[in-house]
Design a binder for this molecule. Structure first.
Ligand code: ZN
Length: 392
């Protein structure tokens, strides 16, 4: 057995910990760039705290998921102002933008060159500026991941800038910041967290550390996601969801994902749909297809990236945790996930303008998506089509 586990140099977790950021930031330099998104929680307390600790800052606000151009703009601002580190405050978009800007400040050339597909996949060779990541949603785990998702409107694609050097220096996870999340965002980001715990647990690249982390996280999300949706000010549910999100980030950054994210990536590039809602609708069909594929005669031994028995045992364990029943089967897990989507009012993919005419293109793009490589079984086109058809 050989594995590697990498994460932020420091993770600070707990209600109210955001109040400690000013003091910690003052040790990292005198001037910072603060990246937020329009939808994020109000950053004014954080900004006051930075000033109170003698820090100068420039604010860079993005409207939603970052485009290549916005990252380039942020880089110019950080270079002009000689920012010494970057703070990302918001959902996954704000944190990813902060990570991408921090990497591009110290690395030369166009952002495009560092991306796959539309660029040459040049690697990040220079150490990025340090990043402090402060999530205000509980879903993406971007505070501990090593990539940043950037949109190219010109290519209708979402692409990943990735490097182990991009993991934030400090992750500050404060559940108090999530109380004001709209219920639809609690639902979709929470389902993303759940998908990001289930996929690394059955991933071809799982290891003993990610296994323990994912099981802990699945338990918390299973217990608290619907509670946080119904009762937004439930302290323990919010705390458990912030933790589940962080654990999902640790899992995916070190074990990869699977077919849910293999589809979510091209869907996100072609349509405007919340990532978490898309993942939510794909989750049950992906579990169903992976389960079916375990005993499907058309699969050869070489298609399995983890042992069949191991995969079944892992899904059975997930089923028992999700349902709370010691006798639950994988079919019970699939219907539990379907019921949760309904209870959380997650829209189907058709609501975002995705139609049957898009299936062939989505199947083709998903089959070569990077997340698909760690799905426990190599799925064929027929199986991929089944997944997407059942997410409408
Ligand atoms: Zn995700």
């Amino acid at each position: 057995m050989r594995f590697e586990f990498a994460t932020a140099s420091s993770i600070l977790f707990g209600p109210g910990v955001v109040k400690e950021v000013g003091g910690l930031a003052a040790k990292m330099g005198k001037r910072t760039l603060v990246v937020t998104s329009k939808a994020a929680a109000d950053p004014s307390e954080l900004l006051q705290d930075l000033s109170a600790n003698g820090l100068a800052f420039d604010l860079f606000q993005i409207p939603g998921e970052p485009t290549l151009q916005q990252v380039e703009e942020g880089r110019s601002l950080a270079r002009d102002q000689q920012s010494q580190f970057v703070i990302g405050f918001g959902g996954g978009s704000a944190i990813d933008t902060a990570k991408a800007i921090a990497a591009m400040v110290t690395n030369s050339g166009d952002l495009k060159d560092y991306l796959d597909v539309i660029g040459t996949g040049k690697s990040i060779s220079q150490m990025p500026l340090p990043v402090i990541a402060i999530p205000t949603t509980s879903g993406t785990g971007a505070e501990v991941t090593r990539n940043a998702v950037v949109t190219s409107p010109e290519h209708h694609m979402k692409l990943s800038l990735r490097s182990p050097l991009m993991i934030p220096r400090l992750a500050v996870v404060d559940p108090d910041l999530t109380y004001s999340l709209p219920s639809s965002v609690t639902a979709s980001t929470g389902m993303d967290a759940l998908a990001q715990l289930i996929e690394p647990y059955v991933s071809a690249r799982h290891n003993p550390l990610t296994d323990a982390i994912c099981i802990e996280g699945i338990e918390k999300a299973a217990r608290s996601l619907f509670k946080a949706y119904q009762h937004p000010r439930d302290v323990s549910a919010r705390e458990e969801m912030s933790l589940a999100s962080l654990l999902g980030g640790l899992g995916l950054a070190n074990a990869g994902l699977g077919a849910v994210h293999g589809f979510a990536s091209p869907i996100g590039g072609m349509f405007t749909a919340p990532h978490g809602a898309v993942c939510a609708r794909l989750l049950a069909p992906v579990v169903a297809v992976n389960y079916y594929a375990v005993s499907a005669p058309e699969h050869e031994q070489s298609d399995y990236r983890i042992q069949k028995d191991d995969l079944l045992a892992r899904y059975e364990k997930i089923a028992r945790i999700l349902t709370g029943s010691p006798t639950a089967t994988i079919r019970d897990a699939i219907s539990w996930l379907e019921q949760l989507c309904l209870a959380l009012n997650i829209p189907g993919l058709a609501d975002y303008g995705i139609g049957v005419e898009h299936i062939p293109e989505l199947v083709e793009k998903a089959s070569v998506a990077s997340s698909m490589k760690s799905n426990p079984i190599k799925l064929n086109a027929h199986e991929l089509q089944f997944i997407i058809e059942n997410a409408f």
